[in-house]
Ligand binder design. Structure first.
Ligand SMILES: Nc1ncnc2c1ncn2[C@@H]1O[C@H](COP(=O)(O)OP(=O)(O)O)[C@@H](O)[C@H]1O
Ligand SMILES: [Mg+2]
Length: 150
């Protein structure tokens, strides 16, 4: 899929909102990119699309927050966790199996999240715009991701 250019925070949020309509129970969405790239804002957009009526805030210091929406949304930030063993120990996919798991992640997706997930990579461009690159894996390959572009 062609990278999506999001010039403004509202654009990034709107992409997250549109993605929510493709989500099913048990889904995993991994958000990768530098601090400040827009991952939490995007997670807030997913929350908007799921009808979450609380603000989605960074879960950095609690590791995972749960929100009620059309589906329960579990939002984790493991950016600062060191080892893959630490990440495995959280058993996030099992905890979130009846809802949607959105994980902020500093680097490439690890095996802890299985073969079936959507990876979204965030890049900050020189002009401040964010570029979102989607990598669908497993069931995501057959989903209409083009709808997310708006
Ligand atoms: N095009 C854009 N998309 C997303 N965020 C942007 C954009 N331009 C500026 N920003 C700002 O960048 C910050 C992103 O913060 P946040 O979503 O918390 O990042 P992360 O979770 O990746 O660390 C916000 O302050 C937001 O307003
Ligand atoms: Mg964040």
């Amino acid at each position: 899929m062609i990278p999506l250019r999001c010039p403004d925070p509202a654009d990034t949020r709107a992409v997250g909102r549109r993605l929510a309509s493709l989500l099913r129970p048990g889904d995993v969405v991994l958000l990768s990119g530098d601090l400040g790239a827009g991952k939490t804002l995007f997670a807030g957009g997913i929350g908007d699309g799921l009808g979450v009526d609380q603000p989605v805030v960074s879960p950095t210091f609690v590791l995972v927050r749960q929100y009620d929406g059309l589906l329960p949304m579990f939002h984790a930030d493991i950016y600062r966790l060191g080892s893959t063993a630490e990440i495995d120990d959280l058993e996030l996919p099992a905890a979130a199996s009846d809802g949607v798991l959105v994980v902020e992640w500093g680097e490439a997706a690890g095996p802890a999240f299985g073969e079936d997930h959507l990876l979204v990579r965030f890049t900050v461009e020189d002009d401040g715009a964010r570029t979102l690159q989607f990598t669908p894996r497993g069931s995501w390959v057959d989903r209409p991701l083009a709808e997310v572009a708006g």
